[in-house]
Design a protein around this ligand. Structure first.
Ligand code: PLP
Length: 428
């Protein structure tokens, strides 16, 4: 790439491209940090030909890696045959039907019916509306509050911003949707107390990421999810698992709730379902919820996106899930997760600044301290600087600095090998 073209792209970027979840000031002052051009396996290349290990699978989503010809072929075939058709009302098409059946087969318990969206925010938003609709049909219209966890990330639409438990996202608009409540992240007692305080008959649902991702990579205590399931059952509250990051093998199980043998009433997915080759998400509902909808719903269910069940997205998802199964990527996530943990532990032994390593499958985070033993933090957060240095050395990872945390997070593609994990650790 010649210098002139690079400068031109940087100028166009500053003038015309408002980046998602970004520092506008930094973009205007520095320009785009890296302009990516192509990807293969776990690697991305920028416009200058420099190669990077994508240690975050981009946005935790590129599970099967980049440059998969099979997925491009599946997209092309579907585009040529039926580029789009509506799934509104009673219209339907083959790829959405087959994908819904496939996901129902993979999902735990009696989660058997799928509503499709274009991504995770729309999927969580749909889950909130569906549970509220469920309670209306059930004759309990006062059940509309949604409880979520502090530190949770559920998206950036109106309801999902409000369900998100990271205050920076609330402050961005200074206007939250009503009927969203937040409780401490890892306390069953706090959930129970909040339900009692608000009145159990006013609560529609509790939503949780089985493993908190964007909020800093927190794995729950071993009895937490079982405990919240029990509390939800006690008060007749629906439990929504947000598996947008954790679904389809990321944690070493097909779905993360399987680690704790918990069955949610609704399960939300996105990201890994297409490995980012097409925007797609959805919510899987239990047979009980579907039965009630079938029994009581009259007329139109007034909720649907133009791209709910996009044929091209569904065809790509079917092929992507086939790859995940054929290449045993769920098992590889678990195995390579152990390698990653070993590597991070070695680093912990070598450097006194590393503490609290949290790894489950290929989701990992660790904290940075001036002295990890005494838990003394650096006077200024260092994770962003380390992330910037890693990028220079050819590794993309992420920093989380909400509240007290000074965390590095990793979520490499599920295809990563032992040798590639060693490269990641060496760069770190
Ligand atoms: N839920 C979780 C757990 C997520 O991590 C994300 C995105 O990172 C979302 C929901 C929102 O998904 P999307 O960005 O596709 O709207």
């Amino acid at each position: 790439m010649n210098k002139e073209k690079e400068i031109n792209l940087e100028n166009l970027d500053k003038k015309h491209f408002l980046h998602p979840t970004s520092s506008i000031k930094q973009q205007q002052e520095d320009g785009p940090a890296i302009i990516f051009e192509e990807g293969k396996g776990i690697y991305l290349k920028d416009i200058n030909g420099k190669e990077y290990i994508e240690g975050m699978s981009s946005l935790w989503n590129v599970a099967v890696g980049y440059g998969r010809k099979e997925l491009a072929k599946a997209a092309k075939k579907q585009m040529k045959k039926l580029s789009f058709s509506s799934a509104f009302s009673t219209f339907s098409h083959e790829s959405a039907i087959l994908l819904a059946e496939k996901i129902a087969r993979l999902a735990p318990g009696n989660l058997n019916t799928v509503f499709f969206t274009s991504g995770g925010s729309e999927a969580n938003e749909s889950a909130f509306k569906l549970v509220r609709h469920y309670w209306l049909l059930k004759g309990e219209p006062e059940r509309k509050k949604i409880i979520s966890r502090k530190k949770a990330y559920h998206g950036v639409a109106a309801g999902t911003t409000s369900a998100t438990g990271i205050v920076e996202f609330h402050q961005m608009t200074n206007s939250l949707a009503p009927d969203f409540l937040h409780v401490d992240s890892d306390s069953v007692a706090a959930l129970k107390k909040e339900i009692e305080k608000e009145g159990p008959k006013t609560i529609a649902a509790f939503i949780a990421e089985p493993v908190i991702g964007a909020g800093g990579m927190f794995i729950p205590d071993s009895d937490y999810l079982k405990g919240v399931r029990k509390v939800c059952d006690e008060y007749g509250i629906l439990f929504i698992a947000d598996e947008v990051i954790t679904g389809f093998g990321r944690t070493g199980k097909m779905f993360a709730v399987e680690h704790w043998d918990v069955k949610p009433d609704l399960l939300v997915f996105a990201k890994g379902v297409t490995s980012g080759y097409f925007p797609l998400g959805g919510v899987i509902i239990s047979e009980e919820i579907h039965d009630l909808l079938k029994e009581k719903s009259q007329g139109t269910l007034f909720h649907g996106f133009t791209y709910s069940g996009h044929p091209v997205g569904c065809s790509i998802a079917l092929k992507n899930l086939e790859i995940i199964e054929r290449e045993h990527l769920v098992a590889n996530s678990s195995l390579m997760g152990s390698e990653l943990l070993n590597g991070l532990k070695k680093m912990e032994n070598q450097f006194h600044c590393i503490g609290e390593i949290r790894v489950i499958g290929l989701l990992a985070g660790f904290e940075l301290y001036e002295n990890a033993q005494t838990k003394t933090r650096f006077s200024e957060k260092v994770a962003p600087k380390i992330v910037a240095e890693c990028a220079k050395l050819g590794l993309i990872c992420r920093s989380v600095t909400y509240d007290d945390s000074d965390t590095i997070v990793l979520a490499p593609p599920l295809i990563i090998t032992k040798e590639e994990i060693e490269k990641v650790i060496n760069i770190l």
